[in-house]
Design a protein around this ligand. Structure first.
Ligand SMILES: C[S@@+](CC[C@H](N)C(=O)[O-])C[C@H]1O[C@@H](n2cnc3c(N)ncnc32)[C@H](O)[C@@H]1O
Length: 246
C-alpha cells in the first residue's frame, strides 16, 4: 500500500521517476520524500497539493510518500502541450498504483482558485505543497498566496525553479513574497544538477526552521554544502548531490 512502504518510494526514485516526463532531479525527489516521511513520523498529516503537475513526475512521488487516507490536490491547466496531458497524467497515476479516490483534479489556471474554497475542500490544512505552475511574477505571487493560506503551521512549501535564468520574474516574486511575509523562512535550498541552473526553495513557518533543518542534517547530511545561504534573517542549508566535492 502506498505511504506504508518506504521501499516503494525508493524504487520509484531509483527506477520510476525517469519514466515520467518532467524536470525534478533525483536529489530533490529524495529531499521531498524524506521530508514527507519525517512529517508522518512526527504526526504532521494533511493533504498534499501540487500546482503544475504536468504528467505527474513529482505528484506520484508525493502520493507514494504520503499516507493512504490523505487527499492529493492536482492543479493544472492540463493543456500543456496539448489536451491529452490529463490522460497521460492519469495513466501515470494508474501505472504507479495511486488510489484515484485520493486525487482531486483542478483543471484550469491556478489564478482562478481562491484560497478559501480550496482550504474548505481540503478539510484540514495542507502539509506539503509543491509550486511548479505559472512561472510569471503575478502567477507565482498568487500561487504563493493560496499556498500560504492553505498550509498548516507545520507545513512545507516547495518552490521550484528559483534562480532559473529563464524565469527572473519567478525569482523576484519569491523574494518579494518572503520579504512581505517574514513569518515564512527558507530552511533549505535544493540544487537541481548545478547550483547555477535552478533550485527548489524549501519554505516553512519560521517556528519550524530548526525542526526541518535538523531532519535534513540527520538524514541527508552528506549532501549539505559547508557554506550556507544567507537570507539575512536566517541561514538556509544548501543541499546538492556532490556537496562535499565542490
Ligand atoms: C514545469 S511543468 C511541471 C512539472 C511537474 N511539477 C513535474 O514534476 O514534472 C509546469 C506545469 O504547470 C502548468 N501550468 C502553467 N501555468 C499554469 C497555471 N496558471 N495554472 C495551473 N497550471 C499551470 C503547465 O500546464 C505544466 O503542466
Amino acid at each position: 500500500m502506498e505511504g506504508i512502504s518506504r521501499q516503494t518510494v525508493r524504487d520509484y526514485i531509483a527506477n520510476g521517476i525517469s519514466t515520467i516526463k518532467g524536470m525534478s532531479s533525483t536529489i530533490s525527489a529524495q529531499v521531498v520524500a524524506l521530508l514527507i516521511e519525517a512529517q508522518t513520523e512526527s504526526g504532521i498529516n494533511g493533504p498534499v497539493m501540487e500546482i503544475g503537475v504536468f504528467e505527474g513526475r513529482m505528484f506520484v512521488l508525493m502520493a507514494l510518500a504520503s499516507e493512504p487516507g490523505e487527499k492529493l490536490f492536482a492543479l493544472d491547466t492540463f493543456r500543456h502541450p496539448d489536451d491529452h496531458q490529463i490522460d497521460r497524467f492519469r495513466a501515470n497515476l494508474d501505472r504507479f498504483g495511486i488510489d484515484k479516490s485520493r486525487v482531486i483534479e483542478k483543471k484550469g489556471s491556478s489564478i482562478d482558485h481562491g484560497p478559501w474554497k480550496l482550504r474548505q475542500e481540503m478539510g484540514v490544512p495542507a502539509r506539503f505543497i509543491h509550486i511548479d505552475g505559472d512561472h510569471s511574477y503575478n502567477g507565482v505571487m498568487h500561487d504563493l498566496m493560496i499556498s500560504h493560506k492553505c498550509m498548516s503551521d507545520s507545513a512545507i512549501i516547495c518552490m521550484d525553479d528559483v534562480m532559473h535564468p529563464y524565469y527572473p520574474g519567478l525569482t523576484l516574486a519569491v523574494h518579494d513574497y518572503l520579504r512581505a511575509n517574514p513569518s515564512l523562512a527558507v530552511f533549505a535550498v535544493v540544487d537541481r544538477a548545478s547550483i547555477v541552473a535552478a533550485s527548489k526553495y524549501m519554505i516553512c513557518h519560521r517556528s519550524k526552521l530548526e525542526f526541518y533543518q535538523a531532519i535534513i542534517q540527520d538524514r541527508i547530511g552528506n549532501h549539505i554544502r559547508h557554506t550556507q545561504g544567507d537570507f539575512m534573517t536566517n541561514r538556509a542549508l544548501i543541499v546538492m548531490p556532490d556537496a562535499q566535492k565542490r
